[in-house]
Write a protein that binds this ligand. Structure first.
Ligand code: NAD
Length: 296
């Protein structure tokens, strides 16, 4: 049987439509909209393209959006001053500082300067702590893990009591998604195992996963025979495995052999078009949530 394909592109569309509806309602009821500032230091083409996508998406949802571009040589002090200004601006609910920053600026100092209640990326240690506590404490979840959990929920996969195996223990994907799946709550209540480079028998852990979340960044790491029949497989890996000579675009693959795995799994995310498109949708959702908290 071929697995259900969990399309991040489709789920993103649905989430953005839901966010737009809530923004319209907020505007009608309270005369306010979510406010997002994106701070870009310098002019790296990759950073410009990420920021442009965020700005375009925010504007399409009716957000109050400020794109604040700063020169490469801005001092750390001036950048911290700018963050302080937005921390104190009641019309701004989300502050994004595009990484990487120039070498003369300590990015850790900058990230902790953001008011945790406006930290819609959820990288601030206060938000990491809130995620550990869970429940109402957790205001925002980091966007990629939040996207993963949303895809699991919307695929109809039962998470309560499910064996979840997370491959990878990074701060931005592996560790937070593992903790989120173990918490009490919707789309959670799972029994979670984290595996990594020092794990002795990766295959045996993966084989018992009802939900397998792979975020290693190693193409083809998970073999088809490691997949439990009928399980849900979330492939977070994005690996450049070549170049399409006609289009000049990179050929991407995940960490799982998709074509073989889809004949065994019950549901699976593709790469591209899986977890990737979800991140920006969750960023917008976090900004909406932040504006809703501010109205309470
Ligand atoms: P990372 O390099 O910080 O962490 C990778 C983790 O995988 C490590 O904890 C490591 O222990 C584990 N790992 C690596 N090789 C392994 C092996 N052979 N066996 C077992 N464990 C192994 O990476 P990251 O930032 O968590 O990203 C992981 C992948 O997800 C990358 O391909 C990245 O591009 C992708 N990613 C995608 C999105 C998105 O789609 N929105 C977001 C973030 C990361």
């Amino acid at each position: 049987m071929t697995a259900e394909i969990i399309s991040g592109t489709e789920i993103r569309k649905a989430i953005l439509a839901e966010v737009k509806e809530e923004v319209d309602q907020m505007k009608e009821k309270h005369g306010k909209v979510p406010g997002l500032v994106t701070i870009l230091v310098g002019s790296s083409p990759a950073s410009i393209s990420y920021v442009t996508l965020k700005v375009k998406t925010a504007i399409s949802l009716g957000f109050h959006e400020i794109q604040d571009d700063q020169p490469e040589d801005i001092s750390e002090e001036d950048l911290l001053g700018l963050i302080d200004k937005y921390n104190n601006d009641p019309d701004i609910h989300g502050i994004l500082v595009q990484l990487p920053l120039p070498k003369h600026i300590d990015d850790k100092k900058v990230l902790v300067a953001i008011d945790p209640d406006k930290d819609v990326d959820a990288f601030h240690p206060v938000n990491v702590g809130r995620l550990m506590i869970g429940g109402d404490e957790a205001k925002f979840y980091p966007c990629t893990p939040a996207g993963i959990q949303e895809m699991i929920i919307r695929s109809g996969t039962e998470t309560s009591g499910a064996e979840v195996v997370v491959v990878g223990r990074s701060n931005i994907v592996g560790k937070p998604i593992a903790m989120m799946m173990a918490q009490k709550g919707v789309g959670a209540n799972s029994t979670v195992t984290i595996v990594h480079t020092r794990t002795k028998d990766l295959a045996s852990h993966c084989k018992r996963a009802d939900i397998l979340i792979v975020a290693a960044g190693v193409p083809g790491l998970v073999k088809p025979e490691w997949i439990k029949p009928g399980s849900t497989v979330i492939d977070v890996g994005v690996n450049r495995i070549g170049m399409n000579e006609k289009t000049g675009k990179a050929i991407l693959s995940g960490d799982v052999d998709f074509n073989a795995a889809k004949e065994i799994a019950g549901a699976i995310t593709p790469v591209p078009g899986g977890v990737g498109p979800m991140t920006i949708a969750m960023l917008m959702k976090n900004t909406l949530k932040s504006a809703q908290y501010a109205l309470k």
